[in-house]
Design a protein. Structure first.
Length: 118
């Protein structure tokens, strides 16, 4: 049986998309990032495990505490931005929820994951 994907967003991810949309009206860089998000969401509709799987030990605890994330995936966006998502079972057995946890720039991603500049 082919699973269908339903994409949902955390409040943070939704807020980021709204902000990117506003900024994209006057900036080609933000337009590129927003287009990249839209393209990757389209890919996620058919390829549920697109991107890089992040080891469970590296998943920020905040995502586990707030959203119950056990497994996290990272998708590279343009301008070194990142889209983070997880998968949850849907309401019926033929559905999977692709939950977009966060969309962040490179420096925010580094801080959230505890990476330091050398």
């Amino acid at each position: 049986m082919l699973k269908t994907a339903r994409i949902t967003f955390s409040d943070d991810a939704e807020s980021c998309i709204r902000r990117l949309s506003e900024l994209s009206e006057t900036s080609k860089v933000y337009q590129s990032i927003l287009n990249s998000v839209q393209t990757k969401l389209s890919i996620l509709q058919s390829n549920l495990q697109y991107g890089d799987h992040i080891k469970q030990s590296l998943v920020p605890q905040v995502y586990e505490m707030i959203y119950g994330v056990k497994s996290l995936y990272r998708v590279e966006l343009s301008s070194f931005w990142r889209l983070l998502y997880t998968l949850f079972p849907g309401e019926d057995s033929g559905q999977v929820v692709v939950f977009i946890v966060d969309i962040l720039d490179h420096s925010t991603y580094d801080k959230k994951f505890g990476y330091r500049k050398m």
